[in-house]
Design a protein around this ligand. Structure first.
Ligand SMILES: Cc1cc2nc3c(=O)[nH]c(=O)nc-3n(C[C@H](O)[C@H](O)[C@H](O)COP(=O)(O)OP(=O)(O)OC[C@H]3O[C@@H](n4cnc5c(N)ncnc54)[C@H](O)[C@@H]3O)c2cc1C
Length: 499
């Protein structure tokens, strides 16, 4: 066998192969068998636009061939990403609709006392100044408030909010809870409502210096107690290195992996059990890639750039972390394409007609892209999951675990990391909701209900993953060569570089 491999290598150098009869016959027989077997199997190469329904293969765990448990190969994903997805997503996330994310940044960690430590000024999130975000989003009524709330809290009818524009701006968007994420994330959660009510009313009183003396401290404490909701311009807050290291993030990742999504190493376990680990691991890889790509190389000169060692040590040297990134990407892409009808009909109104038309057009180009449909028509096949014995119970268990992970985001001790952690976990929760809360494709658009913030999170998550894949594809080979090309068999035992 070894000799045969050597001969093949020789061929590429232009030498002649010397075949022995039995070896030649065996090779011909094997090739014939492979050809026969692959006639029925889908070839999903980017250059082979067949549209047969995919038989998801168990996967090879290497970075070639089909991405494990998915229906597209690595090469196809790289090409589609570079040619179609990345350019569209880069434009999409800059539009007013997708760049403002509503988030509760100051909730208490429900599991342990706050131990966050973040060393850089860059940790903090720059919130939107009053005059910046689009009018329809600005109205507090868009957070699901009613004028009764205001009267009840402050007894001040003049503080009542006009809901007319809210209805228009949020047409088609639901406020229904997502069963996959922590309840506190949703718009209609009670404390969220009160926070905004307090903020609006108290601020008005303060400004007018009327009736009640209110100082910032009071406002802050109210905001903090009820974990205030705020709008953040994502474009001004890139996900990158923040200096958030040490026991605090370690504790969170540990809690996620050990308590909520343990790794099931062997093939004995069903795909459903392995899904959560793979999704979180893929997300973790993407976060690490963004940290490495936007690293503070020299604090004195404030110079930012790529930290090669970090990228290699945390992600590239572990093939399973890379393949989990591709898995997560395909999973989220499938959710987006499954929700095509819904997302196409959704209202992307921010009051800026030109920009909103552009948003709509970009969404259409992405949802109906012929290259994606031809090369990767079914990125992930969710239909075959939860069918076995105990499937529904298993689904509920995994749903609970994911909700815990979502709640753990309030324990992240650095604002910017918390912002991106919350957004991306909400994006994953939205993908899970699309894929697993509604069976089948028929009438999906009628039955599916998404919050506006869920869609913003979903598309921004897809963009993060797409950026990470582009980065791995472009830089991976040269970095591997530079770093010596060693690939670790083990996924967690090598000490990581301290920052
Ligand atoms: C939700 C969240 C968001 C964050 N966002 C940021 C941010 O935006 N900017 C920033 O600078 N820091 C951020 N951090 C911190 C960052 O992720 C690291 O925790 C930190 O840089 C310390 O890294 P580390 O070397 O201890 O390894 P960590 O990345 O903390 O990894 C901890 C352990 O998890 C395992 N592991 C690592 N990667 C994977 C993977 N892909 N799959 C499976 N297992 C894995 C390994 O066993 C590793 O030892 C965030 C942390 C969290 C929890």
């Amino acid at each position: 066998m070894e000799a045969m491999v050597r001969r093949e290598v020789d061929t590429s150098e232009g030498r002649r192969i010397r075949w022995s009869w039995p070896v030649g016959a065996a090779v011909v027989a094997i090739l014939f068998a492979i050809a026969l077997a692959s006639r029925g199997a889908p070839s999903l190469s980017f250059f082979d636009f067949r549209t047969t329904r995919c038989q998801c293969a168990p996967g090879t765990h290497a970075q070639s061939g089909l991405v494990e448990d998915c229906c597209c190969d690595y090469e196809t994903v790289d090409h589609l990403n570079e040619e179609v997805l990345d350019p569209l997503l880069q434009e999409l996330v800059k539009t007013p609709f997708f760049r403002y994310f509503k988030v509760k940044l100051w909730c208490d960690c429900p599991f342990w006392p706050d131990d966050g430590m973040c060393v850089l000024r860059d940790c903090s999130v720059c919130e939107c100044p009053e005059n910046e975000f689009p009018e329809p989003l600005k109205r507090p009524s868009s957070l699901g408030l009613s004028s009764d709330d205001l009267v009840f809290r402050e007894g001040k009818p003049e503080a009542a909010i006009d809901r007319t524009i809210d209805t228009k701006a949020f047409r088609g968007w639901t406020e229904k809870d997502n069963p996959w994420t922590n309840d506190g994330e949703t718009d209609n959660e009670a404390t969220g409502k009160l926070t905004v009510v307090h903020y609006v009313c108290l601020k008005q009183l303060q400004d007018q210096e009327k009736r009640i003396a209110v100082n910032d401290e009071v406002i802050q404490s109210i905001l903090h107690d009820s974990c205030g909701m705020t709008y953040v311009n994502l474009q001004l807050n890139p996900e990158r290195y923040t200096g958030y290291t040490g026991p605090s993030p370690r504790r969170i990742w540990d809690a996620i992996y050990t308590e909520n999504c343990p790794k099931y190493p062997s093939r004995e376990f069903c795909q459903e059990r392995k899904i959560l680990f793979k999704l979180i691991s893929g997300l973790h890889s993407s976060i690490s890639i963004h940290i490495a790509a936007g690293y503070l190389l020299d604090e004195a000169t404030n110079s930012w750039g790529l930290n090669l060692t970090l990228l290699y040590d945390r992600v590239l040297r572990y093939p399973d972390r890379v393949s989990n990134l591709y898995f997560t990407f395909l999973f989220v892409l499938r959710a987006v394409t499954k929700a095509t009808d819904y997302l196409e009909q959704a209202d992307y109104d921010t009051g800026n007609t030109e920009e909103d038309l552009k948003t709509q057009s970009l969404m259409r180009q992405l949802l109906h892209n012929p290259k994606i449909q031809a090369a990767c028509p079914l990125p992930f096949d969710e239909a075959k999951l939860w069918k076995g014995q105990g499937g529904p119970e298993l689904k509920q268990q995994i749903q609970r675990q994911f909700r815990n992970i979502s709640a753990l985001m309030d324990c992240v001790g650095c604002e910017k990391c918390r912002l991106w952690g919350k957004l991306q976990v909400l994006g994953l929760g939205t993908a899970l909701k699309i894929l697993f809360s509604v069976d089948g494709q028929e009438n999906l658009a009628q039955r599916l209900q998404l919050q506006r913030n869920e869609v913003i999170a979903l598309m921004n998550l897809l963009n993060r993953l797409s950026e990470s894949i582009k980065f791995v594809h472009k830089m991976g080979p040269s970095i591997r060569t530079k770093m010596g090309g060693t690939i670790s068999e083990r996924t967690d035992l090598r000490p990581l570089q301290r920052l």
